[in-house]
Design a binder for this molecule. Structure first.
Ligand code: SF4
Length: 512
């Protein structure tokens, strides 16, 4: 199959940079539902701008490459060993070309393999079938949304919904709860794949398989079709909205599958996928490996037009737009309130898990007094002259830094952190005591933010690998929203509270 490697490279690059047609249409529908000028509408506009930038520049939609998972169906007699080698080579090349971030990390040492190949990565599942062509589907599911997957073992007591039994109504409660518990942390609005039954492992597997169904696909099982429709309707009344900022669009798709189980077990597993729902597929000639057709590219391809940002109508009397440039003073920070839009010019310094862990015990490589930390693991490319450029640079999930953040801000005098999904009570308390602020950027908007980065001024702690190193970046017009301020206010806490109250309306039995 002389064309297989090239076909796999095309599949990987296209999946990383160009959202499928069904996903684009779902996002378009969500946009139509949001009221103009709200935080949710502004966030969706950033997301759609980002989608088009990624498509035009053939650059990653999100900096988090995610877990590459290939589902392959082959006719009898196709050499799977050779296919695996070609898939690995295509992944290596796409990583080298900056289309994927090096994302495969040794679980014990933390060492990054640098090319996305390592024990267990990428995931490749082969299955034989009796057709004469090869069908390969690829999903790239990011860590932020993967961390919001959840598994229930029925019967169970479900927060906000009470007792969930071993029946369709118990399943209903699990799925609704899964949307609530994800809040905006998995980069909502999201898509759900649900697996009912099986054992713990196959149940999750079934959930992930559901994500390969077209968003418009109708369930062949009437009861499950009814449940899918119910979940779509009710989940969108929870008010979690895009990035958890509140709003009308919380869920963009829900697909449910069921398999047999043991009499003693009853699992309901939910795979949560962010709006950056990167999954595509190809059908290949089994002799040559050439692409015969693309999957998930049927129907209209919505292209999003860039929008002039309308004036925010929300909290119109209080919210303001503020320009910050480091070093920032405590006084400047204490003037900010939840809902304010901050435009950052000047320096930002990236810091993810390894940096936060390191800074707890060690001195910082630069003076961080009054500085701004960005929770981000960018996709970087070095040219022949040794200069770095940024290929993708959206925010990563901040809650992972909750154990360290407050202490580090106080220790080094850091005044602001930027990330996504919000942080918890420990950080909120530290922001109040120290005079700090949490800024929420739009998760997954990796091209949009990369465009704000005007130069790479340096890098420290490269021993942690490209995504985990501390990059010193000069930005212009980098916009984010204050979602936790120095006065004890947290938009995340408020949305969590109201969405739990709304969830509780659905306690009563619906499916018998
Ligand atoms: S959009 Fe958010 S959850 Fe999805 S891959 Fe990107 S950072 Fe992760």
């Amino acid at each position: 199959m002389e064309n297989l490697r090239r076909s796999m490279y095309e599949l990987v690059v296209e999946t990383s940079t160009n959202l499928p047609h069904d996903v684009r249409r779902a996002i378009q529908k969500a946009k139509e539902k949001e009221n103009e000028g709200t935080r949710a509408a502004l966030s969706l506009a950033t997301i759609t701008d980002n989608i088009e930038m990624a498509d035009t520049n053939v650059s990653p939609i999100c900096q988090d490459t995610g877990m590459l998972t290939f589902e392959v169906k082959v006719p009898v007699n196709v050499n799977q060993v050779e296919m695996k080698k070609d898939i690995h080579e295509a992944v290596r090349l796409a990583t080298k070309d900056g289309k994927l971030r090096p994302n495969s990390v040794d679980s014990l040492t933390g060492e990054n393999s640098g090319d996305n190949i390592g024990p267990g990565t990428p995931i490749i599942h082969f299955e034989q079938w009796e057709k004469d062509y090869i069908d390969i589907r690829l999903i790239m599911k990011g860590g932020g949304c993967e961390n919001k997957n959840i598994q229930y073992s029925l019967p169970a007591e479900i927060e906000g919904l009470g007792r969930a039994g071993r029946d369709l109504d118990g399943i209903r409660k699990c799925i609704l709860h899964s949307v609530y518990q994800a809040q905006g942390q998995g980069c909502s609005a999201g898509f759900l794949g649900v697996g009912i039954g099986g054992d713990r492992i196959s149940s999750y597997q079934l959930a992930k398989e559901q994500l390969f169904r077209d968003v418009n696909d109708l369930n062949g099982n009437e009861r499950l079709a009814e449940l899918e429709e119910y979940i779509m309707e009710k989940a969108n009344t929870l008010g979690i909205g895009t990035m958890g900022f509140g709003g009308e669009a919380t869920l963009l798709g829900c697909k449910i599958g069921s398999s047999n189980r043991l009499p003693a077990s009853f699992f309901v597993s939910v795979a949560y996928n962010c709006w950056a729902f990167r999954r595509l597929g190809v059908q290949l000639n089994a002799e040559t490996g050439a692409i015969q057709s693309w999957l998930y590219k049927d129907g209209e391809k919505v292209t999003f037009q860039p929008e002039e940002a309308p004036e925010s109508q929300e909290d119109k009397n209080e919210a303001k737009e503020v320009v910050l440039e480091a070093p920032v003073t405590e006084e400047q920070i204490r003037e900010l309130k939840v809902g304010d839009v901050v435009i950052i010019n000047g320096m930002l310094h990236t810091g993810r898990d390894a940096i936060h862990h390191h800074l707890m015990e060690n001195e910082a490589p630069i003076d961080l007094d009054g500085q701004i930390i960005y929770h981000c693991g960018p996709v970087m490319l070095k040219d022949k002259a040794g200069n770095w450029s940024v290929k993708a640079a959206g925010p990563t999930t901040s809650i992972r830094e909750e154990p360290y953040q407050g202490d580090i801000m106080k220790k080094f005098g850091i005044r602001a952190v930027i990330g996504k999904g919000g942080m918890g009570p420990k950080t909120l308390k530290a922001l109040e005591e120290h005079g700090g602020v949490y800024l929420n950027a739009i998760g997954g908007a990796a091209q949009y933010y990369a465009d704000c980065i005007k130069s790479v001024e340096g890098v420290d702690l490269m021993e942690f690998g490209i995504p985990e190193a501390m990059w010193h970046l000069k930005v212009e017009g980098f916009a984010a929203i204050v979602t936790m301020d120095a006065h004890g206010n947290s938009l995340h806490k408020d949305v969590d509270k109201t969405s739990l109250e709304r969830l509780s309306q659905y306690r009563d039995k619906v499916f018998v």
